[in-house]
Design a protein around this ligand. Structure first.
Ligand code: HEM
Length: 218
């Protein structure tokens, strides 16, 4: 086994990889959010459809999608391992100090919110990504979004998932920088400010989308 693979099999190696993949997924969220802002333009979806068409046909984007998928899979696999490892040590920790077992609690809550977000992603991709990439008929992404968010149940599901996304990122973002050893006094205000954008402002902006369509503001 090389030093490299050995490092990423160690606990700290896994935690670092978890942090890197988490931040990589956050960078995708920024791009996705920026593109989706076109939904708010009052042009009956012309700009958004052009953007969606570009995303579906550009070879560079299609290649990046593979990286995105791999990053997501690594993040999920490591999250499950971390949760299992925490479960194994929990009984002993409880004997010592049940009340202050915060890191194990955070890991359990992250695992739960992450698992629900996974279900959200499967449904989300089935609704938008699959027709955009694999349908032979010409689908207007804008009308697909409009139709999906006309349903109160579907919109409500998004709002719950986005609240969970905020919760997941609130812990995950600062935890990644803690693992990188950068959460000292010097960088803390910057990490908290950027973290706030990720865990609060971006999920809030995404949540505005189902509300915008549900209340017929498009
Ligand atoms: C609530 C507002 C959202 C809307 C209206 C929306 C809409 C869409 C649409 C139309 C697509 C297919 C076309 C494209 O690739 O751009 C897509 C793809 C995707 N969405 Fe969303 N999305 C939203 C939120 C989210 C959130 C919060 C996440 C992650 C937690 C997410 C993750 C993804 C992923 C991973 C893809 C596949 C992208 C790719 O491989 O290029 N979306 N979304």
């Amino acid at each position: 086994m090389t030093n490299f693979t050995q490092f990423f099999r160690s606990t700290i190696g896994r935690k670092l990889l978890m942090g890197f993949t988490g931040l990589f997924l956050c960078s995708f969220l920024v791009v996705h959010f920026a593109g989706n802002l076109l939904l708010f333009r009052s042009d009956n979806g012309v700009a958004f459809n052009q953007y969606a068409e570009f995303m579906a046909s550009n070879p560079a984007i299609r290649t990046m999608e593979i990286g995105l998928f791999l990053g997501l899979m690594v993040h999920i696999a490591l999250g499950i391992r971390l949760w299992l490892a925490n479960r194994r040590v929990r009984p002993e920790q409880y004997k010592v100090n049940a009340g202050s077992d915060t890191s194990s609690l955070a890991s359990r809550v992250s695992f739960l919110s992450g698992s629900i977000l996974f279900i959200f992603l499967v449904i989300h991709l089935r609704t938008f990504f699959v027709p955009s990439r694999f349908s032979s008929s010409e689908v207007s992404m804008y009308h697909l979004v409009q139709d999906a968010f006309a349903s109160p149940l579907y919109s409500l599901f998004y709002l719950v998932a986005l609240a969970l996304l905020g919760y997941h990122l609130r812990h995950g973002f600062q935890s990644a920088f803690q693992t990188f050893g950068l959460r000292g006094k010097r960088y803390l205000p910057l990490i908290e400010m950027v973290g706030f954008i990720f865990w609060f402002l971006i999920p809030l902006g995404f949540a505005a989308m189902p509300l915008f369509f549900y209340f017929g503001l498009s």
